[in-house]
Design a protein around this ligand. Structure first.
Ligand SMILES: Nc1ncnc2c1ncn2[C@@H]1O[C@H](COP(=O)(O)OP(=O)(O)OP(=O)(O)O)[C@@H](O)[C@H]1O
Length: 465
């Protein structure tokens, strides 16, 4: 398998072709170069490729007269771990915009027409910062001893039972299927299995099958050749190729369309595939871990999921229980996430009051550990104090009687809260009508499947099967 040489990768996001090629020419000796013309193309590269530095024009189509497209790229780059430094390109009379971008989190800027030495210098510095941050992160996770199964906080018999089984399977190459409600830690467990396996030195590539638009899934998974479809301006590796030598984690595998299920089955049988629009057979050496928050056996019975594929995936089944079925883990998780949030926001680790602990213990956690993580961060940020109490808890948790919840619009006081409550209700209704099928629910709501997926995560919506 061909491997990219170890130069840092710079993604140039610029719709002006001449400027782009000038930058490529300036940087190509020292960096591996990727190019994009729009925000969408840039975000897709960020998902599928390792990018170390982004150079980005703030004025990108379709909104070339504003800087919103560029700022959204700066924002997306900040979300990566470690974050990806962005260097923005500005016009000569545009210094205020550049400073605004820096305030927004951009690493630096340069003006057009650009000076080659200056660009090379700033991009080198940005790449160095990224490298240092990556080393720092690695060091921190080694020092805190949280690698592999050590990342999973909790000591309930239920969690320990799953970890025991996972430990046994980690040393093998067997395909694993992890089931559990949304937010129970399926991806974290998959990553831990990878880190404890002989493949730990290879990549761990996670794909959320529900978050990818239906039209893109095949090319995201298997890659495509140049010209394979309109807009395929260059060849691209799929996630299977990117995971070569490591582990591929297919999250929400129950969301795959029948056509992709067939193709996946073939790949699992033969360990080889062709890119979209290609004829060359590509062989990969991967370990597959799949996950689903739906009961796949039921999906097979309903005819939504191929039985042969289910058997291929379900070699070693692991089930992560919901948080309400392992309440012993709640206190330690709450303290862990409170400390983590405090560290992130530069605050002292807070103490958790007994009233808060009692409320956390009594709650049912429909969004599981993810909901807990988000809540603790919110409490830490709002309280900014040495002791976390119940004053900033959502009403439904403070009363201790959260079942059944009151109609949310009535209990929400701001417009934003009411809108969120309405979104949540409509999404739950659509999912119920479509029996949990996210594609159909998205269609019913008139939004894309990936947007629906984002909303489900943002609003901590727990789906029932
Ligand atoms: N036992 C745990 N200890 C520490 N952190 C945890 C634990 N379980 C889950 N988390 C954290 O909770 C969040 C949600 O976990 P994760 O993304 O692995 O859930 P998931 O089951 O894959 O969710 P989804 O089905 O929605 O993709 C992550 O930030 C993860 O690190």
């Amino acid at each position: 398998m061909e491997r990219r040489e170890e130069k840092p990768t710079v993604l140039i996001v610029e719709d002006d072709r001449a400027l782009r090629s000038g930058l490529r020419w300036t940087l190509a000796d020292h960096f591996h170069i990727l190019e994009a013309e729009t925000r969408q193309e840039a975000l897709s590269s960020l998902q599928s490729e390792r990018v170390d530095v982004i150079i980005c024009d703030l004025h990108l189509p379709p909104a070339t007269d504003s800087i919103t497209e560029g700022l959204q790229i700066v924002e997306a780059a900040k979300q990566h771990r470690p974050s990806i430094p962005t260097v923005v390109i500005t016009g000569s009379s545009d210094k205020r915009t550049a400073l605004e971008a820096v305030r927004y989190g951009a690493y630096g800027f340069f003006e057009k027409p650009f000076d080659e030495d200056e660009v090379l210098h700033i991009v080198r510095q940005a790449a160095r910062v990224r490298q240092l941050e990556a080393e720092n992160l690695k060091l921190r996770s080694t020092l805190s001893g949280r690698r592999g199964f050590g990342r999973l906080i909790g000591s309930s018999p239920a969690l320990e039972g799953v970890i025991r089984q996972a430990r046994a399977v980690a040393t093998t190459d067997a395909t694993v299927l992890i089931c559990g409600e949304s937010g129970t830690g399926k991806e974290l467990l998959a990553c831990a299995i990878h880190e404890e396996s002989a493949r730990a030195g290879g990549p761990f590539v996670a794909v959320n099958c529900a978050a990818l638009p239906e039209t893109l899934i095949e090319s995201e998974l298997f890659g495509h050749e140049r010209g394979a479809f309109t807009g395929a301006t260059h060849a691209k590796k799929g996630r299977f190729e990117l995971a070569d030598g490591g582990t591929l984690f297919l999250d929400e595998v129950g969301e795959l369309t029948p056509a992709v299920q067939v193709k996946l089955l073939r790949v699992l049988q033969e360990r080889s595939f062709e890119r979209l629009g290609g004829t060359r057979t590509i062989n990969v050496d991967i370990r597959l871990i799949a996950a689903s928050n739906r009961d796949l056996e039921q999906e097979v019975e309903k005819g939504n999921f191929r039985q042969d594929l289910f058997y291929r995936l379900n070699v070693v089944p692991l089930t992560l229980p919901p948080l309400r079925e392992r309440r012993e883990d709640i206190p330690v998780l709450a303290s862990f996430f409170a400390n983590k949030a405090a560290h992130k926001h530069g605050l002292q680790p807070p103490e958790l009051s007994p009233e808060l602990m009692a409320a956390l213990q009594a709650y049912d956690w429909p969004g599981n550990v993810r909901e807990m993580e988000n809540l603790m961060e919110r409490l830490v940020v709002l309280t900014r104090g040495a002791r976390l109490g119940v004053e900033f808890l959502p009403e439904k948790m403070r009363s201790g009687d959260h079942k059944p919840a009151p109609p949310e619009e009535e209990s929400e006081s701001t417009l934003e809260q009411a809108v969120q409550a309405l979104k949540r209700r409509m999404i739950l209704k659509a999912l119920e009508i479509e029996k949990g099928n996210r594609g159909a629910a998205a269609k019913r709501l008139g939004i894309s499947r990936s947007y629906l997926h984002r909303l489900i995560n943002e609003l901590n919506i727990a789906e029932s099967n």
